[in-house]
Design a protein around this ligand. Structure first.
Ligand SMILES: [Zn+2]
Length: 746
């Protein structure tokens, strides 16, 4: 017989050892001991065997482990329960693989210490049958009748399997063999303590029970010849001590592993890639067969029917929705990562996993995630996957949309909730791990009147998505990756941001985001509602030669808050006037001439622009909040001049002389300081002021009480305010914050 690569005596296989249906761990199964020691196994069960003073009973073992601090008391309860009930089936698939495998191993080892299992026992008799319509041969230690139920399961799984993954390659069985009689894939249906009939390392008189029995594992797949290149066939053991639903699922899961062997199943294909996709295949197979894929669901959230596990503090680490902030496919979520492939299959169809495996096989050095990146744009899909994992009603096309048995109520467990009264500036912590997402939920209290989102430039792998709740309504997620900032004026119905979810994800394969990649959320106590009201003015110019009164109309004013980037004075809220229309009416005399008529002044809007006093018409409003010392006042400046327009000057004569008379004034309002008023708890900006341009004393009245101007300013003022006669402005105004959107002019 030709020597196959399997005979070389080096690494026999990389096997996929399922600790249970839900907690599989990786074990490198190899002939040389050195390979065993490099296995990615958290515990070292062999050490237990090697101890010369190994306790004799299970209780002693458990007590010893507890004493040594290896297990917590709580952890020790589980194997105690196993032994007490004499049944390894008690909740075995609800365990944390990292923490529990040690205890399970010990419990199992004790169970194995029974005379029935002596290695000198005679060879068991294996019944077998080729499942019609498949290329699977099933085996059991028992009778043909014992195979019936498994035949049906295998037949059903095989029937739909090709919809999700290619069938495995045939193996190299021969009629000479007792346990591999043809090229069909062999599935051995075994008890927890049955010695593996196929692995060469398990055929001697002294075998490693950890390697050669399933114990609490639900199943295992080993590679098998023929090896073509570095592809192969395989065989599987299925633990029949599990409930039928788990056995069914395990058949599909292990068949997927056997099929994976045709794709250069080597160390370049990471364990998470194998396990997550096999879990996905089993999920799809179960769904198509009309079964509830409870094993896949268990990886997302442990069901309430596992009381021992559900109460264990360490449990969340193996629930996928608790590990979304950790890198996809790491040991703690390598099975739960099936959800990523479910996401992809929702987007790309059920052929996507097959395509990725084919790509992985074709592309040298392409491990799982690199192959995924070759097949789909990860920068596009990964952030959307993290948004779908928000998994709440505002997210369109949820998992439950396609799967009506999908576990309800799953949410990202690592979500950080910020529920504080403002004002505050929160910098999100940055440093999001590779292929992970951080979730933040902001709940804004009534005192927060304005919310600003501000993102500093970030790396290309950083993605930011947001989900807004406006009033009581959640909105669909939005991609804010390209946004530098956004602001929400909560006094506006359509900007009343009550909650905000921020999802920061990182689509890089290895590197965390930089800590400097900051997203800031600013909660302001000062609102930014529009301010609306009216103003009117008169200018009375009187001196030796004239006596003219210029009276404005009662002008409607709407001020719009500047966008946050232009709110450049801390503690102030600055506003620009929306377009307004002023009519000035003149009445009076100059010498013996009469002044009359009206002029119109259209005030344009200069939004978010610096105040430019050289403009003839503009309006600016500034509110200084209460929280700045000496604040709680406003300033308002509305210039209302039309250089083109003139009044009529009619001088006596025959006929009378009619000429233009230009408006000598400037301001509809010019109020540098006015204390804010309150109507109950609502703010009102109003006042009534007189100001004679010729009088220094009047100017001081416009300033805050007690203002001391420096002498140099006083000197300057006394020079400019030296006009004879009087130019008396009378200003009256009243403005209030708008509580509903209004953007039109007066
Ligand atoms: Zn597996």
């Amino acid at each position: 017989m030709a020597i196959s690569p399997w005979s070389r005596g080096t690494i026999v296989i990389i096997a996929l050892v399922a600790v249970s249906a839900a907690t599989y761990v990786a074990i490198a199964l190899a002939a040389p001991a050195s390979d065993v020691t490099t296995a990615p196994r958290a515990d070292s069960p062999q050490q237990v065997d090697d101890k010369p003073d190994m306790p004799a009973t299970s209780e002693e073992l458990i007590a010893a482990a507890l004493k040594a601090g290896e297990n917590t008391y709580e952890e020790s309860l589980l194997p105690r329960a196993f032994i007490n009930y004499g049944d390894l089936r008690v909740e075995p698939h609800f365990r944390n693989p990292i923490e529990m495998s040690s205890a399970i191993g010990r419990a199992r080892r004790v169970a194995m210490a029974s005379p029935v299992q002596a290695s000198s026992a005679s060879q068991p008799h294996w019944e077998n049958r080729l499942v019609p319509g498949t290329n699977v041969r099933i085996w059991i230690i028992g009778t043909q009748r014992d195979l019936d139920r498994y035949e049906l399961m295998v037949k059903n799984v095989w029937g739909v399997f090709k919809n999700f993954f290619p069938y495995p390659m045939p193996d190299d069985g021969t009629k000479d063999s007792d346990i591999n009689v043809d090229d069909a894939i062999d599935f051995y249906f075994v008890r927890f303590d049955t010695i593996d009939p196929r692995l060469p390392a398990c055929q001697g008189n002294s075998v490693d029970l950890e390697l050669c029995t399933l114990g609490a594992d639900a199943g295992v797949t080993h590679e098998a010849p023929p090896a073509l290149g570095n592809t192969s066939s395989g065989f599987a053991l299925i633990n029949i001590d599990y409930p039928p639903n788990v056995i069914y699922d395990t058949i599909a899961h292990e068949l997927a592993h056997v099929a994976q062997c045709q794709y250069a199943l080597d160390e370049m294909k990471p364990m998470w890639f194998k396990e997550s996709t096999a879990t996905w295949v089993a999920y799809k197979v179960m769904k198509q067969l009309g079964e509830v894929p409870s094993v896949a669901y268990e990886w997302l959230k442990h069901s309430g029917s596992s009381p021992i596990f559900a109460r264990r503090p360490a449990a969340p680490l193996t629930e996928f929705f608790e590990t979304l902030h950790l890198t996809l496919g790491m040991p703690w979520n390598q099975y739960g990562s099936w959800l990523f492939f479910y996401y992809l299959s929702m987007e790309k169809g059920d052929g996507i996993v097959r395509s990725i495996w084919q790509k992985a096989a074709q592309t040298p050095g392409a491990d799982g995630i690199k192959a995924i990146k070759e097949v789909i744009p990860l920068d596009y899909h990964f952030p959307r996957f993290t948004v779908r994992n928000w998994n709440q009603d505002s997210v369109p096309n949820q998992y439950k949309t396609q799967d009506d048995t999908f576990t309800p109520g799953l949410k990202p467990g690592s979500t950080r909730t910020i529920d504080e009264s403002g004002p505050y500036i929160k910098e999100l912590h940055g440093g999001t791990l590779a292929l992970a997402a951080d979730y933040y939920l902001f709940k804004f209290q009534a005192a927060t009147r304005k919310v600003t989102f501000n993102k500093l430039p970030t790396e290309s792998n950083a993605h930011v998505w947001a989900i807004k709740k406006i009033g009581t309504e959640w909105k669909e997620p939005e991609d804010w990756t390209g946004e530098e900032y956004k602001d929400f004026c909560r006094d506006w119905q359509d900007e009343d941001l009550t909650n905000l979810v921020i999802i920061v994800s990182n689509s890089d394969l290895t590197a965390p985001l930089q800590r400097e990649s900051k997203v800031r959320i600013i909660a302001d106590a000062v609102g930014c509602q529009y301010v609306k009201g009216w103003a009117k003015a008169t200018l009375h110019v009187k001196d030796d030669i004239q006596d003219v009164r210029y009276t404005s109309s009662r002008v409607n004013l709407i001020f719009r808050p500047r966008d946050p980037a232009y709110q450049d004075m801390e503690g102030n809220t600055q506003y620009d006037l929306m377009p307004a229309l002023v009519t000035w009416t003149a009445a009076g005399t100059v010498h013996d001439c009469t002044i009359s008529g009206q002029i119109l002044v259209t005030i344009p809007s200069f939004l978010n622009q610096p105040v430019d006093p050289s403009r003839p018409a503009y309006g600016y409003f500034n509110v200084v909040g209460m929280f700045t010392g000496g604040g709680d006042y406003h300033s308002i400046e509305v210039s209302a001049v039309n250089p083109e327009a003139a009044f009529t000057k009619t001088c006596p004569g025959d006929p009378p002389t009619v000429t233009k008379h230009f408006f000598p004034g400037t301001y509809l309002l010019n109020i540098p300081w006015q204390a804010n008023s309150y109507d109950g708890d609502k703010i009102v900006y109003k006042g009534n002021k007189q100001y004679d341009q010729g009088k220094l004393h009047d100017f001081m009245k416009l300033l805050p009480p007690g203002t001391q101007l420096p002498q140099i300013a006083l000197d300057a003022l006394s020079r400019t305010l030296s006009a004879t006669g009087s130019s008396l402005y009378t200003w009256e105004w009243e403005l209030r914050p708008l509580t509903s959107p209004q953007t039109g002019g007066p």
